[in-house]
Design a protein around this ligand. Structure first.
Ligand code: DC
Length: 228
């Protein structure tokens, strides 16, 4: 049976860099669940769906198809034969993804996709409800946190590195806090610290320290089986 490492936390907590690095180290494929909510949002916007109307979003979400392809380190997504790339990283998608992610039918669809990915092997999945709703029974569950200031700086630096920075640091911080608010107060599968997860506050930690903490906290047997 495939093993799953689940990592939740708010935007900009470092989930992406950390889960990629841990996955590469152990030979677990990286899965970015937020990108699936972004894909549904992107398709809503292209098709003029009103993202503030949950009924419209719920119905439209059933028609969104994503193709999943494992590559060496991660599971990549294709929509209509194309990888979405930075088209799902725009300020418009940032602003609309949280309302779309509140819709139960969207969550059910994405959860179904995520659970099906274990067929590709061991996976490390990052998101908001992976430890609580998608894979609540896996023995490797982490909640990655950091202060809002640190998270905004990290997110903006990432955008600068990718050449897609369109907003000031303060605007990035506001957008991130607005998403946190929606993500943690929604009715279905809100972001929360589940019982039994290991909480890691990375505000004053280096990425290497966070990676080390996760790797050394995994069930013992998983280390012996790790890729060299
Ligand atoms: O991690 P991200 O910023 O790419 O996530 C995009 C949106 O999707 C964000 O508003 C939170 C939501 N999301 C979610 O509700 N559940 C997940 N497992 C992952 C992301």
């Amino acid at each position: 049976m495939s093993r799953v490492i689940a990592i939740d936390g708010p935007s900009g907590a470092g989930k992406s860099s950390v889960s990629r690095a841990v996955g590469d180290h152990l030979g677990f494929l990286h899965v970015d669940s937020g990108a699936l909510y972004r894909i549904v949002t992107w398709q809503c916007l292209i098709n003029n769906i009103d993202t503030a109307n949950p009924n419209q979003v719920a119905e439209f979400a059933q028609s969104v198809e994503v193709e999943f392809l494992p590559d060496q380190f991660s599971i990549i997504y294709r929509v209509n034969g194309e990888e979405p790339g930075n088209r799902i990283r725009t300020p418009a998608i940032n602003a609309n993804a949280s309302p779309v992610a509140t819709v139960k039918q969207v969550r059910d669809r994405v959860t179904g996709w995520l659970r099906s990915l274990t067929k590709f092997g061991d996976i490390i999945v990052e998101g908001r409800d992976i430890t609580t709703a998608v894979f609540p029974d896996t023995p490797a569950r982490f909640y990655l946190d950091a202060s809002a200031e640190t998270r905004a700086e990290r997110r903006r630096n990432e955008e600068i590195a990718k050449g897609i920075a369109e907003q000031s640091l303060d605007a990035v911080r506001q957008s991130l806090l607005a998403r946190d608010q929606i993500d943690s107060t929604r009715q279905h599968a809100p972001l929360r610290k589940a019982d039994g997860v290991l909480i890691i506050d990375s505000t004053f930690m280096s990425i290497e320290d966070v990676i080390h903490t996760i790797i050394t906290s995994l069930p013992g047997k998983w280390h012996k089986e790790q890729r060299t």
